[in-house]
Structures are given as C-alpha cells and as structure tokens.
Design a protein around this ligand. Structure first.
Ligand code: UD1
Length: 429
C-alpha cells in the first residue's frame, strides 16, 4: 500500500503555482458531450478524477485525447451510448454530471448511482427534480445486493421543454446538470436559488462559447434559452481556488512565507478573510497572493456556506490550522451532514477537538505528534498533510488515493517549497 510520510516542516517558503480547477474541469468535460465539433480544453489538471471522467466520455462514444501539458481534445460527434456503468460511476460521484448532457443530446441517460467521497448522503433529488421539470421521465431502481450493485437511475424524454426550477438548496452539481440539460431544451429555463460558485460561471462561459444562450451564472437566477445545436470551442479552465487555499493554509500552519501563483483573488475572499483574522499578513496582487505567517496566530471561528460563503472544501484544512492557533476555535459545517471524519484522525495526533452536532470545538495550541492516520476523503487527506508539517515527528498517511483525486503533483509542489513529504510503500494495514 502506498502512503505519504510527512515530517515536521516549518517555514514553507517560495512560490507555488495553482493548477486548473478540478471542480470546473469535471462539469466542463461532461459538457463537452453537448458539442458536435472539436473541443479544446486547456489547463485541465492531471488528476485521477479527470482520468475517470475522460474514461466515462470515451465509453459514451466521444473521442478524447489528453496531453501532458493539461490540454484535452474532445470530439463528441460520435456519441452513441447513453449508459454509464457502475465500474466508472463508483469511482467518482461527479460522473453523474453526464446525465444532463446525455438527456440534452440523446434524450436519455442511464446511470448507476454514484460513488465518490463519503461525506453524508449526498442525494441527487435536486438533479432529478430539475430533469423532471424539463419533461423527463425518471425511473429509479435500487438494488440492495452489494455484489450485484444494479442500482441505477434512468431519465428519458422525447423532448425537453424549458421551465422554472427552484432549488431547495443551491446545489452545485444540480445547477450544473440542469444547465447542461436545458441548453438544448426548447424555450426558456430559469433556475432559481442556483449555486453561485465560480465553477458554475466557468461552465456557463464554456457553454456560451459552444453557442449556448445562458445569462445570470454567478447569481442565484440563471436563465437558459435553448438552442438547436452546440458546436466546438477552445476554453481555458479557471485556477483551482481550493488547491490555492490549501497552499495558503500551508504557509500559515508552517510559520512560512509563500506566494501562491495563478489565482483569482476574488474567488478566495473568505479564505483570505479568515487567514487575515488569524493574524497572517496577506499581499494580494492580480494573479498571486503572498501569505506570510506570524508568531502567535489567533483562534478563529468558521461556518461553511455555499459560495460566496466559506467553502466546505476548505473546512478540514482550516481545522488543521486551528489546532495550531492560540485559543478556542469553532468550526460549523452546514453544507454536508457528515464532514467531520478528519476529526478522529487529528485526535490520533493529539488534537483536542470536541464535536457537538454540526460544530467542532478546537482547543488550539496543543502540540500535534506524528502518528499513523488515514485520509478519509480528498480534503481531509490534504488537511492531514498540513497537520503533518506542524506535528512533531513523522506522520504516516494512508489511503492517499483520495488526495490524488484532487491535488496535481502534490508531493512535488510541497517539496519545492520545503515540505518534507515522500511516498512510501508499506505492506501492513
Ligand atoms: C460540489 C463539489 C464538491 C463541494 C460541493 C459543495 C464538484 C465535482 N464537487 O459537489 O467538491 O464540496 O460542491 O461546495 O464540483 N444535495 C441535495 N440534493 C441534491 C444534491 C445535493 O440535498 O440533489 C445536498 C448534498 O447532500 C449536500 C449539499 O446539497 O449536503 C451540497 O451538495 P452539492 O452542492 O450538490 O455538492 P456537489 O455538487 O456534489
């Protein structure tokens, strides 16, 4: 089994470049099924989740060519399959994002029920509510036989017709899936209480380049006027605000001084605000942010919220930071029901954290001690690396495949700024 061995690394210093955003790349790759001509995507991160999505597209009949520099060429003119099998679906929940484009292009889509990070039930009811509003018939089949795993959801429509859809929660995935189905529907679709994340705006920009008629992405009301067909386009993926935020926290927790390059500072407002509250010094330029840590950083309170609130995908990394802050911090998770699995791992390292429902109360400034821990999901894995840099001794992190789903060249990048991290092969566990 491969693990990361992390040793105490104080004072991370230098420059690190943010890759293209995983959470923008995945829906945009799915949306590439909608165009009938060549599509060129640039700055796509080389990640396991991206590879899985490319496999999904190929299995559906698209031609996909990936290049080392992060360029991906896609041609979906030969799209001929509407079914995504469980082998691929189980590897990544975001595979479900092909459902909207398949409904739009072929009028039907059959998908095994999705896998991915195990952070709460993560239902798909809002995606399906949207498809139904556009006139799709939904058939759900749940199999409780784990061996056979034949649970699937099928959506079909002779014709999709625009409608008004109110989302009970501004779900990122549901907003994206509905946008992608509606872009080829007849007439006007309005999504109310839509998610406002930058990745939604990037998807909208891409769909507009393909010829889609979409207005309001980035606000809570998105209006889509269906078009007959979509063509090809060239598009550069936005920088990954969560990866950037993770390196910014690495500077803070290690007492370091880092410049994080290739960022859109606006996308990082809550992360910037919270780091400033701790007492870190931030210098913000057009495309880079310098984070200089200070001695005696202060405790902070955090509440995760949909964008532009504090991102749930930064919660675990900030919790790692709060273990090093002077005083008591409170972290409230409101987006996902079960996103405190890293707490147990931090406790193994000696952290003093209590959980009360959706709140975690952290008594900081208790020295962490390296030990054997496991990544329980993507962001918790990143948080354990950060905790490992501040802990005494060696931290051995298992289940690192979670981390590889979302951080491009994570070892190399951390090593280039002085992080003591290496991949080791172990037999046990
Ligand atoms: C996306 C991101 C993920 C991030 C999350 C929230 C991708 C590939 N993943 O996930 O990294 O943590 O946004 O910012 O972009 N919900 C429902 N019904 C639905 C859909 C969602 O109740 O049909 C609930 C979920 O259970 C969860 C909340 O809504 O509690 C947020 O989920 P959502 O915004 O849909 O997250 P994802 O799109 O899955």
């Amino acid at each position: 089994m491969e693990k990361f061995l992390v040793e105490r690394s104080l004072n991370l210093t230098g420059r690190v470049r943010t890759s293209g955003a995983k959470n923008a790349s995945l829906p945009i790759l799915a949306a590439a099924l909608l165009g009938t001509e060549d599509i060129i995507l640039e700055d796509v991160p080389r990640l396991r989740d991206v590879t899985v999505m490319c496999e999904v597209l190929k299995a559906l009949g698209a031609k996909v060519r990936t290049y080392e520099d992060g360029t991906i060429l896609i041609n979906s003119s030969g799209l001929n399959n509407y079914e995504t099998k469980s082998e691929l679906m189980n590897k990544m929940r975001a595979s479900f994002l092909v459902m909207g484009p398949l409904l739009g292009r072929l009028g039907k889509s059959k998908n095994s029920l999705p896998g991915g990070c195990k952070i709460g039930p993560r239902p798909i009811d809002l995606h399906l509510k949207g498809f139904k509003a556009l006139g799709a018939r939904i058939e759900e089949h749940k199999s409780y036989d784990a061996e056979q795993n034949e649970s699937y959801v099928m959506a079909s429509a002779d014709e999709l017709i625009g409608d008004r859809i109110y989302l009970d929660f501004p779900s990122v995935g549901a907003t994206e899936n509905i946008m992608m189905a509606a872009v080829l529907a007849k007439g006007e679709t309005v999504i109310e209480n839509a998610a406002k994340e930058p990745e939604i705006v990037d998807l909208s920009n891409f769909l507009r380049k393909l010829g889609g008629n979409i207005k309001g992405a980035g606000t809570s009301r998105i209006t889509i006027n269906g078009v007959e067909r979509l063509k090809g386009a060239k598009h550069q993926i936005i920088p990954d605000r969560i990866e950037a935020g993770t390196y910014m926290v690495a500077a803070a927790i290690s007492g370091g001084d880092l410049v994080v390059e290739n960022v859109i500072p606006n996308h990082l407002s809550p992360v910037i605000a919270k780091l400033e509250e701790t007492g870190c010094e931030l210098t913000i330029n057009d495309e880079e942010i310098r984070v200089k840590s200070n001695k005696d950083l202060k405790a902070i309170d955090i509440k995760t919220l949909p964008y532009p609130g504090f991102p749930t995908d930064m919660q675990a990394q900030f919790m790692a930071l709060t273990t090093a802050l002077k005083g008591q911090s409170v972290v409230i998770e409101t987006v996902f029901e079960n996103r405190f699995m890293h707490v147990n791992e931090f406790r193994k390292m000696g952290a003093d954290i209590k959980i009360d429902g959706r709140s975690a109360i952290i008594n900081g400034n208790v020295p962490l001690i390296g030990t054997k821990v496991n990544a329980t999901d993507l962001r918790s894995g990143a948080a354990l690396i950060l905790a490992g840099f501040s802990a005494e001794g060696k931290t051995e992190i298992g289940n690192i495949y979670h981390i590889e789903r979302g951080y491009e060249d994570v070892e190399e990048k951390f090593r280039s700024i002085g992080g003591n991290i290496k991949r080791i092969e172990v037999d046990e566990d």
